[in-house]
Design a protein around this ligand. Structure first.
Ligand code: F6P
Length: 541
């Protein structure tokens, strides 16, 4: 792929200094640099990408064999080579009639059976047919999990708040005892269901918090506490060992990565909150995006283009971060969700072939909803020395018809930001403003210099009709496939995460040292910190 990379770098060397605004001199810029997938629209016209740049990026995708590798993933091939596994999160949301083979075995009957069991359980609990040990209705659900076993359901439960008509759902992730203490405080064990979510059922945070929750249930309900427990895991034997009855264990296969797992039993808390029908609509949204990704020509393929623009910004323009900016308060956890999806998948410096990556891989992903972010970090987006490509997400309609005008104010803010980032403000205009404010001479120049905006900062805008379960499914699948597209180009394996292992094993060694054991094989900094912590924990509060 060297020739394709070289051609892209050479192209940027000739066009990198031109203005994005100037690209709009050509009629049809918006039409030819935006793409539709069902009712989603992705506008990428406010980037410094032209037809030639796009064609070169598409050649890069072809050279990376994106299409056959995409088809292999959907077909159940072992695309996660490091772990010798398929990556079939798409099977979790596949249509009822689908047939998907792994090692010659159709996985769909099991997927469907688990989906049906989840739906029956959710229906029973939501309608009061399944009750707590004392016969009371379950009013609260606590999802205990971390990473992919937390971020997905947490994000989606918040996103789909208008569809909640079941129990309240709470989330505990952090091993910090503050998290579980604050969450359980105020809940009634007799009316609470604890859902322990862990693919491996070994994650220390989740197992530690689960034990606290089980003790909390046990001290109130005694031996019948298991009626308040559910486990979601790939290691169903480990869940059984914790005393959770088999009918309360929802399993999934090891070919579903944690950060891709929301579509199956990891989504149980979401299903409990919004009901099985809405959950099915969420899956249907994912399916619609899958169909689009599989069938649309590369040039009109939204996840492919989104991925290629990511590569363009990261590798060709040299912008090392991307900001996720949903103008949708209910997508408050979306930046954190995409952060794991993206950074755990593509934050790698070695390719799946074991060789060093030839180009920078996964960017730093961060963000928060607008308009809040405008009053926090947008200053740097507009006038900082670094260029941060912004990715705006915006609903065409809100869920509050009575407040439609307020939604338009939100929309105006979103469009204003992408326009301001691109357009900037030149020194002449800044001088006029300073003069109107009464400045003159040197002070006018000083004031004007600080009131100019460089502009020419790229952004993407994704619009969707309304934040429905279907739209959320489309958006999540869009970004999953974007991460896949980028991985195929960088040569990374987006389905493993060895980078989290070292810290986990060091933490295990450190615990006895912090608890007073002998401090061995530690550098002076770590040793000094252990001693500092020990001194504090020994002293009385
Ligand atoms: O942080 C690493 C990680 O392995 C993530 O990939 C995963 O989503 C999370 O831990 C939780 O893992 P589990 O679901 O096995 O508890």
């Amino acid at each position: 792929m060297n020739a394709e990379w070289d051609a892209l770098h050479a192209h940027w060397a000739t066009v990198g200094k031109r203005s994005i605004m100037a690209l709009f001199d050509r009629p049809g810029r918006f039409q030819s640099f935006s793409v539709q997938s069902d009712d989603l629209l992705l506008d990428y016209s406010k980037t410094n990408l032209d037809s030639k740049g796009r064609a070169l990026l598409l050649s890069l995708a072809r050279a990376a064999r994106l299409e056959p590798r995409r088809d292999a993933m959907f077909a159940g091939a072992k695309v996660n080579r490091a772990e010798d596994r398929a990556a079939l999160h798409t099977a979790l949301r596949a249509d009822k009639r689908a047939r998907i083979l792994v090692d010659g075995q159709d996985v769909m009957p099991t997927v469907r059976a688990t989906r049906d069991r989840m739906a029956r359980f959710a229906h029973g609990l939501r309608h009061g047919e399944i009750r707590g040990a004392t016969g009371q209705r379950i009013t609260d659900v606590v999802n205990i999990g971390i990473g992919g076993s937390d971020l997905g359901p947490r994000m989606a439960v918040a996103a789909l708040q208008p569809y909640h008509n079941g129990p309240r759902v709470h989330f505990v992730a952090n091993v910090d005892p503050a998290d579980i203490s604050d969450t359980l405080k105020g809940l009634d064990p007799a009316q609470t269901l604890i859902v322990i979510v862990s693919k491996t059922f070994t994650t220390v945070e989740t197992m530690t918090n689960a034990k606290v929750a089980i003790d909390w249930l046990g001290s109130a309900i005694g031996s019948r506490a298991s009626a308040h427990l559910v486990a979601v895991s790939s290691a169903i034997d480990k869940a059984a060992a914790l005393g959770i009855p088999a009918e309360r264990v929802f399993g999934f296969a090891d070919w579903v990565g944690g950060r891709y797992s929301l579509w199956g039993p990891v989504g149980l808390s979401l299903m409990l909150a919004i009901g099985p029908e809405n959950f099915s609509a969420f899956l249907a949204g994912g399916q619609a995006m899958d169909r689009h990704f599989q069938t649309a020509p590369l040039m009109q393929n939204m996840p492919v283009l989104l991925g290629l623009i990511g590569v363009w910004h990261n590798d060709i323009c040299g912008y090392p971060t991307r900001a996720i900016l949903p103008y949708d308060q209910r997508l408050t956890h979306l930046p954190a969700y995409f952060q794991q999806l993206d950074m755990e998948s593509n934050g790698k410096s070695v390719t799946e072939a074991g060789t060093p990556a030839s180009e920078p891989t996964g960017p730093i992903v961060w963000g928060q909803p607008g308009t809040n972010g405008q009053h926090a970090f947008y200053q740097l987006l507009h006038q900082g020395t670094r260029v941060v490509p912004a990715e705006f997400l915006l609903a065409r309609r809100g869920h509050e018809p009575d407040l439609a005008e307020q939604h338009r104010l939100l929309q105006a803010n979103c469009l204003a930001q992408s326009e301001a980032l691109m357009r900037g403000r030149n020194i002449q205009t800044a001088r006029q403003i300073a003069a109107q404010l009464g400045y003159s001479g040197d002070e006018l120049e000083r004031q004007a210099a600080q009131r100019q905006f460089p502009g020419n900062r790229p952004s993407l805008t994704l619009t969707y009709p309304k934040l429905t379960p279907f739209a959320l499914g489309q958006i999540i699948a869009l970004y999953e496939h974007r991460v896949f597209t980028e991985a195929m180009i960088w040569g990374t394996n987006p389905f493993d995460q060895w980078g989290v292992e070292l810290g986990k094993s060091l933490a295990k060694d450190l615990l006895p040292m912090i608890s007073g054991g002998e401090i061995r094989d530690k550098d002076a900094s770590t040793r000094g910190l252990i001693e500092n912590l020990r001194a504090a924990s020994e002293s009385k509060p």
